[in-house]
Design a protein around this ligand. Structure first.
Ligand code: N01
Length: 485
C-alpha cells in the first residue's frame, strides 16, 4: 500500500463485513435484511454487474432460465423471455442494487490488492489499489471464478495486420460486416456469438479443438399476460420457478448415473445429426467423450449455423499468423481480417482467488494453500482463514441448475456463521483441518461413477485430475447441507 495514501486516508473504522466483488449483491441484501448496515462492497470497476458488465459479445445470454437466474428474495416478474440477454440481466442487477438500497454501500474503483488477518485482534485488513485499507471482522470474497481472459499467442502474431480480441473484451467499434473472421474455441461463449456474427461476416472459420455436447434450448418470449399474472399472483411465479427448478434438477440424472447417460448421449447425437445436414461435418462436431463430462452447452443456433455456406469448421491447429491470413498446420492458408478468441478464462486452482496475497493464520497464504489444490468446507470457509468466506468457491459449480441458487445457500451459511460468532462473543472462528479434509474426501468420493470421472479433461480439474469445480450431487442436497452446517 502507498504510504502517502495511507497517511492521507488513515486506517478506517472497523467494519463488520467487507464484501469483495459484486457477486456479493445477494450477501449485501441479506445483511441489510438482518439489520446489519456495517458493511461495504469493494468493486474494482466503476459500475456493478461483474460478468454481465464485462461479457457483452453479440448473443451473450444466460444459459440458465431468467426466472432461475435471479434471487428468490428479489424476483423480477417481467423477464422478456425465458433466457434473457446480457443487457436485461445487467439491468436486473442495477435495479436490484437500487431497489434494496445497496449502492451507497459500494465503493467503486477499489480493486483489492492484498489482505491479511491479524490474529491478535481477530480482524482482516483489506488493502485496495486506491490506497485505502478497510479493517473488518469478516470478509466475503465474491469476485467470481472466471474473470481473467485466457489469451493464447501464436507464432508470427506481430506480423498480423488484422484485429484480435477476446470474447470477454469484445471490440464493439470493429465492424465485422463483410469480414473474413477466424473464431477460436467451441464452448459456452463461442456458441453464443458465432451464430450471431455468421449472419454478417463474409466468411467465418470456426477453429475447433474439442467438440462440445450441445442440448436444445427451450426458449420462448413471455407473453404480457404471463408477466402480469406473475406480478399480481405471486403463487403463479413461485410455481413457475418450481417447475423450472425441477426440470433443471432432472438434468442431473444423466450426470450421476452412467445408465441414464448412455440414453441421453444417444439423444444428443441425434440432435447433432438432425441439425447438421452434412454427415461428415456432423461426425466432426460429435464429441468422443462422455456426455456431460465437460460443460453441456445449450443452443438451438450453434449446430444449424454449420449449414451456412459462409461457415466452415476447422479442426487443425494454427501454424502461424501472417499479415492477412492464418496458416494452418495442414498447410492451408485462411484469409483473416479478424481473429476472435472464444478461448475462455485462466483456470488454475487459484481461479477462486484474485491474483493478490491473502494471508490468514500464521503459515497460511491462500495463493500458496490453493496453488495446486483448492479446497474449502462447503466451498465457503477455508481452514487457516478465519471469518473468511468464499461465494462460489471450490466445488460449488452446478452443471445442471442455477448458480444463483448456490449463492443463496452460501449466503445463508455465511449469515449463520456471522450470527454464531456474535452469539459466542468470540473474535474469530475457523474450520478445523480435519473437518475440511473429511468433507472433501466425502465430496470427492461422490464423483466416482459419475460422468465427471469418465476420463475427459477440462478446466473443472486441477493438474492431478481432481475436480475442484463441481458439486457432484443434486442442488437440493447442497442447499440442505449448507443450511445444516
Ligand atoms: O470458455 P471455455 P468459454 N487453441 O474455457 C478452446 C461461463 N459462461 O468462454 O475444449 C484452440 O469453456 C477450448 O478448447 P478445449 C461458463 O461457466 C457462461 O466458452 O480446451 N482452442 C474451448 O473450446 C463457461 O464454462 C455462460 O479443447 C482453444 C474454448 O476455447 C465459462 O464461462 C456463457 C485454445 C474455451 O472454452 C467459459 O466459457 C458463456 C487454443 N489455444 C460463458 N484455448 C452462460 O450462459 C482454448 N481453446 C451462463
Amino acid at each position: 500500500m502507498n504510504n502517502q495514501a495511507q497517511a492521507d486516508t488513515g486506517v478506517r473504522k472497523i467494519i463488520d463485513v467487507v464484501i469483495i466483488g459484486f457477486g456479493g449483491l445477494g450477501m449485501a441484501i441479506k445483511l441489510r435484511e438482518a439489520g446489519n448496515d456495517n458493511f461495504v462492497v469493494l468493486e474494482k470497476a466503476d459500475e456493478v454487474g461483474g460478468t454481465w458488465r464485462e461479457n457483452s459479445y453479440p448473443g451473450a445470454t444466460c444459459d440458465v432460465q431468467s426466472h432461475m437466474y435471479s434471487f428468490f428474495f428479489a424476483p423480477k416478474h417481467d423477464w422478456s423471455k425465458r433466457y434473457a440477454g446480457w443487457q436485461e440481466i445487467q439491468q436486473y442487477i442495477l435495479d436490484t442494487t437500487d431497489k434494496f438500497g445497496i449502492r451507497p454501500f459500494v465503493r467503486f474503483n477499489r480493486e483489492v490488492c492484498a489482505m491479511h488477518f491479524d490474529q491478535a485482534k481477530g480482524l482482516w485488513a483489506v488493502d485496495t489499489m486506491a490506497g485505502e485499507q478497510f479493517v473488518a471482522r469478516h470478509v466475503v470474497m465474491a469476485s467470481g471464478p472466471l474473470h481473467v481472459p485466457s489469451i493464447p499467442t501464436f507464432p508470427g502474431q506481430e506480423k498480423f495486420k488484422g484485429q484480435i480480441f477476446h470474447s470477454a473484451q469484445w471490440d464493439h467499434d470493429y465492424d465485422l460486416t463483410g469480414k473474413h473472421v477466424l473464431s477460436i474455441g467451441t464452448d459456452s461463449s463461442a456458441i453464443q456469438y458465432a451464430p450471431e456474427i455468421a449472419q454478417k461476416v463474409a466468411k467465418l472459420h470456426i477453429l475447433q479443438r474439442t467438440p462440445a455436447w450441445v442440448i436444445p434450448r427451450d426458449e420462448r418470449p413471455y407473453a404480457n399476460w404471463e408477466k402480469r399474472l406473475f406480478a399480481s399472483v405471486p403463487l403463479t411465479h413461485s410455481l413457475h420457478r418450481a417447475r423450472l427448478y425441477w426440470s433443471n434438477e432432472a438434468r442431473v440424472w444423466p450426470l450421476l448415473s452412467p445408465r441414464v447417460t448412455v440414453v441421453v448421449q444417444k439423444l444428443a447425437k441425434l440432435f447433432i445429426t438432425t441439425k447438421v445436414h452434412d454427415p461428415l461435418l456432423a461426425r466432426q462436431l460429435t464429441p468422443d467423450y462422455t456426455f456431460g463430462c465437460k460443460r453441456l452447452l445449450v443452443s438451438n443456433k450453434w449446430l444449424p449455423m454449420f449449414n451456412r455456406a459462409n461457415v466452415e469448421l476447422v479442426s487443425v491447429g494454427i501454424q502461424e499468423l501472417r499479415e492477412n491470413s492464418v496458416l494452418l498446420r495442414d498447410g492451408r492458408e485462411l484469409q483473416a481480417d479478424c481473429i476472435i478468441l472464444g478461448t475462455g478464462f485462466v483456470t488454475d486452482p487459484r481461479i477462486y482467488m484474485k491474483n493478490f496475497p491473502c494471508k490468514g493464520l500464521p503459515g497460511h497464504d491462500l495463493m500458496q494453500d490453493w496453488k495446486s489444490n483448492a479446497e474449502a468446507y462447503y466451498g465457503t470457509t477455508v481452514t487457516g482463514f478465519p471469518n473468511f468466506y468464499q461465494l462460489l468457491g471450490p466445488n460449488t459449480g452446478l452443471g445442471h441448475n442455477s448458480i444463483i441458487f448456490m449463492i443463496e445457500a452460501q449466503v445463508h451459511y455465511v449469515l449463520q456463521c456471522i450470527k454464531r460468532l456474535q452469539e459466542k462473543g468470540a473474535d474469530y472462528q475457523d474450520v478445523k483441518p480435519q473437518v475440511q479434509r473429511e468433507f472433501n474426501e466425502q465430496l470427492q468420493a461422490k464423483f466416482v461413477g459419475t460422468v465427471w470421472s469418465s476420463g475427459c479433461s477440462s478446466w473443472y480439474q486441477q493438474a492431478d485430475g481432481k475436480n475442484i469445480r463441481h458439486w457432484p450431487d443434486h442442488g437440493i442436497i447442497k442447499r440442505c447441507s449448507a443450511l445444516a452446517s
